[in-house]
Design a protein. Structure first.
Length: 529
């Protein structure tokens, strides 16, 4: 049997001796890939250029293009390329299979790309050593000085204004669906935030409202930040950040606040970061410190925000039109909550480990929470059956079990088009056996269930996605890529051997399997790297 990969120990390639004498084939190589450490300095499969290890963090572009981070340290892009956002040598209107992206002033041997942020007509790269690149269409100052407004960057170009700092995360928000008036935030390793792009409502937190900031600019205050989040559509753009002074944790926010999503106790927008009301005093307790936050944008400008504490408690604020805050809908607050309140309805207590929320097509906000016991609870807008509530098309205001009360869920994802996906672990005796389940909108086959008729336009209960992946290969992760202005989305499934399965709308050949048409894929098919 031939080797599936090459093992290098202390800089020397080992063939036929010791550890490398084991024949690792395609089925069990992933065990070696994720299981060995220490003495092994590198493990490089012979087909590393076709093994994916990650995909983009996308911002409303799910049926236009995709990016993949590969095991050989390249980034590949597929689909829409009208503004050269794929940064590929074979530039054109689209790429039918993933092509290698060109990155200027980058050394692949010393620095790896750890994140891709996809904005449909442009994209950003973040490297391990904290450098940032941008490609595609330049407008509203979004290139950070790397390009000229109104022009295209045909390859990923370094944002040199950030080279003096080490960036650890980007956050991006889009003010209006389908346009490039976006705002970008960069968190550095010393806890500072730089902001640039559109500043229509003061969302950059720089103390001014309106205009465009074309160069990454430091938000100057005394706080040290540990995480950032940006959100909102339809002009309701805002940013939040978690700050820690060594003894207490704070959540601070700025930008549009018309629905109380900033949690400041009012509906007045702010062009500087301010500390949230109520939740700020709670955070003096170490156990109650906020460790994660989520937000939902909306095409009609509404927004809802959720906060998860270290001990699994959940808070929410903002718009509550569909009961998505997990709180009663009342008329006297115009269905908005201006101050974060803890969700205690249903069986939400101190057991939340993750939450995903999104604006479904045409405005409804849907929520799914993963609990520590492997169960999920869903609530909010239920158009298209997105929360799996067995045919109830009304809004659900209380966190409720979907049609099947799962006890083994490992991950959750909801798409803006009104579809949701979960991964279940039905393994035993230490054997991984992950299954993928979907529900909701299926007008382009994005649920991956093989429905080829009109009856498959929506699924009101979760169903298992049929996967033919072979013995020894298992699901690593799955998600829905987003889309901001219609019911199209892409289901992406990553397998342990580095292959990607996709289903859904194939406009611009974004699914990357080059089957000669741009029609929908109703069953998961392989991306052709």
């Amino acid at each position: 049997m031939s080797y599936y990969g090459t093992i290098t120990i202390n800089g020397t390639e080992c063939i036929g001796t010791s550890l490398s004498s084991i024949n690792f084939n395609a089925i069990n190589f992933d065990t070696l890939l994720y299981g060995l450490s220490g003495q092994v300095s590198s493990i490089k499969p012979t087909n590393a250029s076709s093994i994916a290890i990650g995909w983009e963090d996308d911002y409303t572009c799910g049926n236009q293009n995709h990016f993949y981070i590969m095991y050989d340290n390249t980034v590949r892009g597929v689909g829409l390329n009208s503004s050269y956002q794929l940064a590929a040598l074979n530039n054109g209107s689209y790429a039918v299979t993933p092509e290698i992206c060109c990155i200027n002033n980058w050394n692949p041997n010393t620095d790896s790309i750890i994140a891709v942020y996809n904005c449909a007509n442009n994209a950003y790269l973040l490297s391990k050593n904290g450098r940032v690149w941008v490609s595609g269409y330049c407008a509203y100052g979004i290139s950070g000085g790397a390009g000229t407004n109104g022009t295209n960057l045909p390859f990923f170009t370094n944002i040199t204004a950030l080279n003096s700092v080490v960036v650890t995360k980007l956050a991006i928000s889009r003010a209006t669906p389908g346009t490039q008036n976006i705002s970008i935030y960069a968190l550095t390793n010393n806890g500072k935030i730089y902001a640039w792009g559109d500043n229509t409502v003061g969302q950059l937190g720089l103390g001014i409202t309106g205009g465009i900031i074309s160069t990454p600019t430091l938000i100057s205050d005394s706080y040290t930040y540990t995480d950032i989040m940006a959100g909102g559509l339809g002009g309701a753009t805002y940013m939040m950040a978690i700050a820690n002074d060594g003894s207490s944790t704070y959540v601070r926010s700025c930008g549009y606040n018309g629905y109380g999503q900033l949690g400041l106790g009012n509906n007045t927008s702010s062009n500087t970061l301010q500390t949230l009301q109520t939740i700020g005093s709670i955070l003096n307790s170490n156990a109650d410190r906020i460790v994660a936050f989520r937000n939902s944008g909306s095409e009609n400008g509404r927004g809802s925000v959720f906060f998860i504490s270290a001990n699994g408690k959940l808070w929410s604020c903002g718009n509550n039109l569909w009961g998505q805050l997990g709180l009663p809908i009342t008329a006297n607050d115009s269905v908005n909550n201006y101050t974060p309140l803890q969700i205690t309805t249903g069986d939400i207590g101190s057991n939340v480990v993750d939450l995903q929320c999104t604006c479904a097509a045409y405005g409804g906000v849907s929520v799914c929470a993963l609990l520590s016991n492997g169960k999920i609870r869903t609530w909010g807008y239920n158009g298209y059956g997105v929360i799996g509530n067995a045919g109830n098309s009304n809004s659900v205001t209380t966190p409720t079990s979907p049609n099947v009360d799962f006890t083994d869920v490992k991950s959750i994802s909801i798409a803006s088009n009104g579809s949701s996906v979960i991964i279940r672990d039905i393994g035993n005796n230490g054997v991984l056996n992950y299954t993928v389940w979907t529900c909701g909108c299926n007008v382009q086959g994005q649920l991956g269930l093989g429905d080829f008729n009109a009856a498959g336009s929506s699924h009101w209960t979760y169903s298992q996605v049929p996967l033919a992946i072979g013995s020894g290969v298992y699901v690593v992760k799955a998600r829905f890529a987003q889309r901001d202005n219609n019911q199209c989305a892409t289901l992406q499934i990553m397998l342990s051997n580095g292959t990607i399965l996709v289903a859904g709308y194939d406009g611009y050949y974004a699914l990357g399997n080059d089957q000669g048409t741009t029609s929908a894929r109703w069953l998961p098919t392989l991306v052709r790297f």
